[in-house]
Design a protein around this ligand. Sequence first.
Ligand code: ZN
Length: 421
Amino acid sequence: MKDITRALENKVENEQVEKELKKYLEVYRVSLETAKRSIVKKYGGNPAALSVGVSKTLKELLANESSVNLLCRIVTSNPKEIEVDGQKKGIIYGILGDPTTTLPFTAWETEDLELERGDVVQVQNAYTTEWKGNIQINFGTRTTITKESKDALPPFVPEMQECKIKDFNDGMRNVALTARILGIERREVNISGEKKVVFSGMLGDETGKAQFSSWADFELKENDVVKISGGYIKEWRGIPQLTFDERAEVEKLQIDFPSAEDISQRTTASIEELMERGGAVDVGIEGTVIDVKSGSGLIYRCKECKRVLQDGTCRIHGEVEGAADLRAKVIIDDGSGALTAIFNKEITEQLLNKKLKECIKEKGDNVIEDELTALLTAQPIQARGNVTSDDYGLMMIAKEAEIKEVDVQNEAKRILEELGE
Ligand SMILES: [Zn+2]
């Protein structure tokens, strides 16, 4: 009976419809279907608006259903003009959602049709098609759409994605993570003229460390172990980080969890993993130096902008007196992939086992670069630092690096074993 009143756009009293229905079924002895159609016609409604399809949730939909009824929310709605047989025609395409999932839709008849983002609608007689293996919902000439109140449908809640820090990937939503807070600071920031407070810092689990930003105060403290549900992953300066706000759920846990110290020591990764993750914070790698790039060794920087001088000239400030510095740019390969690592003055001094002052005294061009090349090429190396990613690949700004001591005796034993004694 509801579909009759709906087809009549609630213009006829329920009581009246009930009376009519009784008459048609008991007096005229027609089928229910005919009765419904007759009543709708009699009161000036469109019988096509009667529901003949089955009601389904979006998740239950199959391809090529000829008539389904849906209660769903308009997630997005975009009008578009297309050309059919040389005729311009307006359509609306977008995404529908219900508590089970979201699916794309197209409305082919848009006369008097208004679909606004957030509207909850009862759809009668929609049909589905398949496009590249995905189900597409269509509203055609027989389809009727009626607006319902917004609370007729609970909001779409996508499934929470339990993950570890090593799984972080730019664009992930609704992430649930259990981690230890390794550091946190409260900052005030200005966002388009509005003062906002953000709590940011570092957190970690047994797979790595990551930066986070919380736009709400969850009273997080260093060393807390927390489960954060409802965050999202966004790349920030080439490294994926966790962001969450008041919509997230944060629960403090009293569980056995790796200590801050353990987390720092354990965070090593293969370069392949780092490529998949698109960067990481404070991560260790182990590999072999396969190249020392030019521009390594003794360099001079512009005192004003810190840019490296080329022939005593800064790209911005022209010919200037430079400040001496040391660095190494090396390619490290670990068998799974390669990255560029930048070693600063301190690391380079340590590797060379001499200070910048001594390097300056050595005469000749590229002496230090040549020395670094001889020293590092083909050496096994351990390095740790932040790894960022961009279109050119991965880059590590190393905080520490050292040539790995190869245990000669053990290595000999291993080779013997490999040879099969
Ligand atoms: Zn400069």
